[in-house]
Design a protein around this ligand. Structure first.
Ligand SMILES: NC(=O)c1ccc[n+]([C@@H]2O[C@H](COP(=O)([O-])OP(=O)(O)OC[C@H]3O[C@@H](n4cnc5c(N)ncnc54)[C@H](OP(=O)(O)O)[C@@H]3O)[C@@H](O)[C@H]2O)c1
Length: 220
């Protein structure tokens, strides 16, 4: 899923060259009606969706004097509402069949509030809590829900970052970790393990220590 059809076509051609098959379905996740139609179109043309990976997300660096400005609202529109726009129709069709698998790409940045990422961090926290809450219902409906929590991965999204990115991994490595997580069907697919563990541990600390440690590490 992406808006730029030409980029998707190029990706599909690359996959075909390597013996794979990708059928591009361009669309904008912030368009609720279009996402409803897209899920129906995929099912009508290609059959029941067995596994959906909701990967789309965006990041705008915080603008210090503009809390709640355009970048902040776009982050929530894409990361949170965009995910809801796809989760709605996917859960509907999978519930009818009593089976299916959905993975939502969140981030280790959603474990707790991080400096320089107010909108991003809080949007990803919302996704993690959303998947946790959904799991109680979806387990009973026969649908597997998973949350993907990557650390830093080399992509165009992180190319813009000027701050240090510890444990940065290549995108191919992230792809491998995510695919093997699909197979295990465990609730959380988190990597690199060291990054996930450090942030999880920090979030178990009393707030005084959490804020002091993160300020020290990030210089904020
Ligand atoms: N890179 C990291 O370090 C990292 C770490 C943790 C989590 N993540 C998460 O991983 C996911 C992928 O990130 P990435 O690093 O690959 O980001 P990216 O390089 O910026 O790619 C984002 C993709 O989403 C598409 N997109 C953006 N807005 C869209 C919209 N409104 N509707 C449909 N498609 C849209 C973009 O294509 P178009 O512009 O053509 O629409 C692009 O293909 C995101 O959810 C991100 O938060 C990334």
């Amino acid at each position: 899923m992406a808006r730029r059809a030409a980029e998707l076509d190029a990706f599909a051609a690359e996959a075909a060259g390597a013996g794979g098959k990708i059928i591009p379905m361009p669309g904008d996740v912030t368009d609720r009606k279009a996402m409803d139609e897209l899920v129906s179109a995929v099912e009508a043309r290609h059959g029941a969706i067995a596994l959906a990976f909701l990967n789309v997300g965006t990041f705008f660096p915080d603008s210090e004097n503009d809390f709640g400005g355009d970048g902040f609202r776009k982050t929530f529109a894409v990361n949170v509402e965009g995910t809801i726009n796809l989760l709605g129709p996917l859960i509907r069709v999978m519930r009818e069949r009593g089976r299916g698998q959905i993975a939502v790409n969140a981030s280790v940045a959603g474990y707790g509030g991080l400096p320089r990422a107010i909108a991003y961090s809080s949007s990803k926290s919302a996704l993690i809590a959303m998947c946790e809450s959904l799991k109680f219902d979806l387990d009973r409906a026969g649908i597997t829900i998973q949350v993907v929590c990557p650390g830093f991965v080399e992509t165009p999204l992180t190319d813009q970052n000027e701050f240090p990115m510890p444990f940065l991994i290549p995108v191919q490595e992230a792809g491998r970790r995510i695919c093997s997580g699909f197979e295990t069907k465990g609730f959380e697919i988190a990597f690199p393990k060291r990054m996930a563990f450090i942030l999880k541990f920090m979030n178990m600390l009393p707030y005084g220590l959490y804020f002091a440690l993160l300020s020290r590490i990030t210089g904020r």
